[in-house]
Design a protein around this ligand. Structure first.
Ligand code: HEC
Ligand code: HEC
Length: 480
């Protein structure tokens, strides 16, 4: 009845799980990726069970007092509106920026909405700029900012949608919206036609600290860049660099798996989206392409939770950094321990049928899971059996999902498989259902229909399903 999926039954416990369901998160051993075990505790023992609009904002249920304190401090920094006035608390914003608070884009720790229709991009979306012309990057940096103090915003980027029609094999019609972007810059050298514009929505934040602790070896084992197993799905490791040490690392975060750690992702957000300096980017003149390495700062990104007992730990703002080490650390811990919301409706026959269809259609080849996290500084995130429904690898999903040049040409772009845990609660938390890297999909169904490239067979299988089966698959996704 449940196919290969396995529901483990055990007694209820005191961590808030509904009675009678699962203790699967404790049964993992070893460090290698495992066959997914169906569990409501997709985020291990820290999984939270609250399907209200706070569903993404809770601490992992199993973290300690110090970590909860850091979470509370980090929440203050996450929600603070930074300002440009020197000498005040939370100052240093701008001159160019996209938003003045993390929470403006990741509202309720959720996902920013894609555009409602044609017009300027909404707050919460960012625009990357890639070109091989150094003079252009020197002027605009690696992104086009939508807000500025004392000057015109760097650029206004607008979208215009084209509706494209399609039909399921059973004749039911559907329609997708294809985005075309236009960037108008306020001043400077202007944008060459072959510069690439990368439009991105802010993803939801639960479970980041768990993704960070998936052992490298698991991701290496899943990668199959040359498709040696011949299943049509390759999957490449994200290539990143630890900015503090210049060591190469596996990229895990961001739509293109470009950042290796939550701390570096956070420092990059502070710098790129808010023009705030920190020990990672000590000067406004540094850019992501030429990060300035700061001498005299400990190179380790790991830390000792006992340090929270020392009131002076990391309080000093580093010279040249608007965000102190302590603030960066608090923000990092905050993001790391946001709890994954538990899966719902396990055992419901339609949902379980959808789970089978998800595997049969090959979705689980990329949206995979069953990992045991490696030990890390936060014990509650360590040795957890988790099920994010992602291989964290980069895939080619077809040219239609590629970024575009300023001139309008599509360029091949690889995307990290997004984790699907919590996806059924997006509407409750964030008040919209837009999906994919640029928010073009108006709902889950459209997101699946956009899959091409390595996922062509999966999308074809979805189009070939009966209406009941499609509904079951969507019900399964909704239960995550
Ligand atoms: C202007 C909007 C905006 C602001 C402000 C912002 N973010 Fe983001 N955030 C994004 C976007 C867009 C992405 C995806 C980036 C990419 O794909 O490269 C992202 C990605 C992330 C990720 C990785 C998520 C994943 O699934 O890999 C984390 C963690 C994160 N942001 C944390 C923060 C923190 C902490 C702050 C405040 C310091 C912050 N963000 C401020 C828009 C924003
Ligand atoms: C070859 C790997 C691969 C396969 C197979 C695959 N996906 Fe995906 N999926 C991705 C990637 C990569 C993205 C992100 C694409 C983007 O944002 O442009 C994605 C995005 C999604 C999203 C939107 C997630 C978000 O956070 O916006 C959903 C929902 C989804 N996939 C469901 C499915 C389902 C259902 C199937 C099977 C019918 C499937 N996927 C098969 C790789 C895959």
């Amino acid at each position: 009845m449940l196919g290969t999926a396995l529901v483990l039954l055990a007694c209820g416990d005191d961590t808030g799980a509904p009675d009678g369901v699962d203790a699967a998160a404790t049964n993992g051993s070893g460090g290698s990726a495992q066959q997914p075990v169906r569990t409501i505790r997709t985020g291990g023992m820290g999984t939270a069970f609250d399907d209200s609009e706070r569903a993404f904002s809770l601490t992992a249920r199993n973290v300690n007092h110090y970590e909860r304190q850091a979470f509370a401090d980090g929440k203050d920094v996450f929600e603070a509106a930074w300002n440009p006035r020197p000498g005040e608390e939370f100052s240093g914003l701008g001159p160019n920026f996209d938003a003045s608070a993390c929470a403006n884009c990741h509202l309720e720790d959720g996902r920013s909405a894609g555009p409602v229709g044609d017009g300027p991009l909404p707050t919460g979306m960012t625009v990357r700029l890639t070109t091989d012309q150094p003079a252009i990057i020197d002027h605009y940096g690696g992104g086009l900012s939508s807000q500025a103090f004392g000057r015109e915003p760097e650029a206004v980027v607008t979208v215009a949608y084209e509706e494209i029609e399609g039909t399921y094999d059973d004749g039911t019609p559907y329609s997708l919206r294809r985005p075309i972007y236009t960037a108008t810059v306020a001043d400077g050298p202007g944008l060459p036609d072959d510069a690439v514009i990368g439009v991105r929505v802010a993803p939801q934040l639960p479970g980041m600290g768990l993704l960070e602790l998936i052992p490298d070896a698991d991701l290496v084992a899943l990668a199959d860049p040359d498709d040696l197993d011949g299943d049509g799905i390759s999957g490449r490791l994200g290539e990143a660099v630890h900015l503090l040490t210049n060591e190469p690392a596996i990229g895990r975060f961001g739509w293109n798996a470009s950042q290796p750690t939550v701390e570096q992702q956070t420092a990059t957000a502070l710098f790129n989206d808010m023009s705030l300096t920190s020990r990672y980017f000590p000067s406004d003149l540094c850019d992501r392409w030429a990060p300035c390495l700061r001498a005299g700062v400990p190179l380790s990104t790991e830390y000792n939770v006992e340090d929270y007992g020392d009131p002076n730990f990391g309080v000093q703002e580093p010279a040249g950094g608007e965000v102190s080490d302590r603030q960066l650390l608090d923000l990092t811990v905050y993001t790391q321990i946001l709890a994954v919301p538990g899966a719902r409706d396990i055992g419901d026959p339609v949902v379980e049928r959808g789970n089978e269809l998800f595997t049969d259609a090959g979705c689980a080849s990329c949206h995979t899971g069953g990992y045991t996290t490696r030990p890390g500084p936060i014990q509650g995130l360590s040795n957890q059996l988790i099920q994010p429904y992602s291989d964290l690898l980069l895939h080619d999903l077809g040219i239609e999902l590629g970024d575009r040049t300023v001139g309008g040409d599509l360029v091949p772009t690889e995307w990290r498989t997004p984790p699907l845990w919590g996806i059924g609660l997006l509407e409750t938390v964030s008040g919209h259902t837009t999906l994919l890297h640029d928010g073009r999909a108006r709902d889950v169904e459209e997101a699946v229909l956009w899959h091409g490239g390595e996922a062509t067979a999966s999308a074809d299988a979805f189009r070939a399903m009966s209406a009941d089966d499609r509904a079951a698959l969507l019900a399964f996704l909704q239960s995550l």
